[in-house]
Design a protein around this ligand. Structure first.
Ligand code: CS2
Ligand code: MG
Length: 401
């Protein structure tokens, strides 16, 4: 078998998605997610101008060799652009050729279904409590809580979903500038946990995403302040490119830590994992080079009792989500799967076999990753430039959003 066609499909059914579609001489097709929120066209060019011409004629069954060739052959390796899409499309083809759902090629099922966490958010605490109720009504076994901060007009993670829970998507043609005040945030988050615990009790697993906005000592402070509320995890508490920063946080608090959605290779995690500075690894197939390297990361992490928690907001496309759910079902050290869902139109463009019910996911048993791309419908929704917001402090200094 050999690859005879490679197509990059850009579509925007509410938000931008980039998908690689490979076709073989036997008529099999494979899909890979290449969505990079706010930098989509960089990946389109990388794939179209530099990668897909090299894929024509290759044997799609040579998944590991193709991954190694693209990683080492790029020379300028690593980063979110160079790691997109191809690997998942090849696994999709390989599993379809075998007539099996992908998880069966990854060792088979290690569990019956996949536990998720949903996004709950509110501009203020009453709105947040209503949003938690909505997630619980969907059966979510765990909930991420993000709220507005008194004195700040808008913050990350709030109004990400409307009152029906549908994702409200960032579609600004230029980055919105939002204001940020770390001290106000650090004062406010413990009161949010206090209110949610008072309303929903001590058992509901609660997660929170600090979204890279704290210094290590501020992250240590927040981790300690949240200990009485037993969070399931505190995510991206401090920019973790400086992996050693997590040493200070780790020795200061027992709050579990999750890191890695912006990481692209195992080397980004090396100190974090070998020194057990974190409890969950967050990378998604879309930004980590696919199923091949992500499975290796999970096996590396398993040696240190660290679990998977694949990144799953709405800017991971249903193609990326499908590959995640197959991995989630198969790996032993599964932790939890983020799932904020997609708009109904997105689910029409990307018809998927995975199901979400009672707060849990299952990949289904369709051959491959189980996603069909409606290219005609995709073409009806062209790309529109969209950027994530940026933060600025009150004195105008730019800050992580
Ligand atoms: C967030 C993401 O879901 C999360 O944990 O960090 O929603 C992140 O803000 C987006 O993926 C950025 O595009
Ligand atoms: Mg995050």
């Amino acid at each position: 078998m050999k690859i005879v066609d490679a197509e990059v499909v850009v579509t925007s059914p509410g938000r931008n998605f980039v998908t690689l579609k490979l076709t073989t001489d036997e008529g099999l097709t494979g899909l890979g997610d290449a969505t990079l929120n706010g930098r989509e066209l960089a990946v389109v060019s990388y794939l179209t101008d530099h990668v897909t011409p090299l894929l024509i004629g290759l044997d799609p069954h040579r998944v590991e060799d193709t991954w190694q060739s693209l990683y080492r052959g790029a020379y300028w390796r690593r980063g979110p652009v160079t790691m997109a899409a191809v690997d998942v499309a090849l696994w999709d083809i390989k599993a379809k050729a075998a007539g099996l759902p992908l998880y069966q090629l990854l060792g088979g099922a290690s569990r019956e279904r996949i536990g998720t966490y949903g996004h709950a958010n509110g501009r203020d605490i009453p709105e947040l409590l209503d949003s938690v109720r909505a997630r619980l009504a969907e059966g979510c076994p765990a909930v991420r809580i993000q709220s507005g901060v008194p004195g700040l007009k808008a913050v990350y993670g709030v109004s990400d979903t409307d009152d029906t829970g549908a994702p409200v998507l960032h579609q600004q043609a230029r980055p919105l500038v939002e204001d940020w005040d770390t001290a106000a945030y650090l004062r406010h988050v413990p009161t949010v946990f206090e209110a949610v615990r008072a309303e929903f009790g001590a058992e509901l697993p609660l997660l929170h995403d600090s979204h890279h906005r704290l210094t290590p000592v501020q992250a240590a402070r927040l981790g300690k302040d949240l200990e009485p509320y037993r969070p399931f995890w505190l995510e991206d508490c401090t920019p973790a490119e400086n992996q050693e920063a997590l040493r200070l946080v780790r020795r200061s608090t027992t709050t579990p830590l999750a890191v890695g959605e912006v990481f692209n290779t195992v080397y980004d995690y090396q100190t974090l994992v070998t020194e057990q500075l974190i409890d969950y690894v967050r990378s998604a197939v879309t930004h980590f080079g696919g199923v091949t390297p992500l499975r290796k990361l999970f096996d590396f992490a398993a040696q240190y009792q660290i679990k998977s928690a694949i990144h799953g907001p709405e800017d991971i496309s249903p193609v990326g989500m499908a590959a995640a759910v197959h991995l989630d079902l198969a790996v032993h050290n599964f932790g939890i799967q983020e799932y904020s869902g997609h708009t109904p139109l997105t689910d029409e463009v990307f018809r998927h076999a995975y199901t979400f019910s009672d707060g849990h996911l299952h990949p289904g048993d369709a051959p491959g990753i189980g996603v069909e791309l409606d290219e005609e419908l995709a073409a009806a929704h062209p790309y529109s430039a969209a950027y994530l917001p940026v933060n600025r402090l009150h004195d105008g200094t730019v800050h992580d959003w």
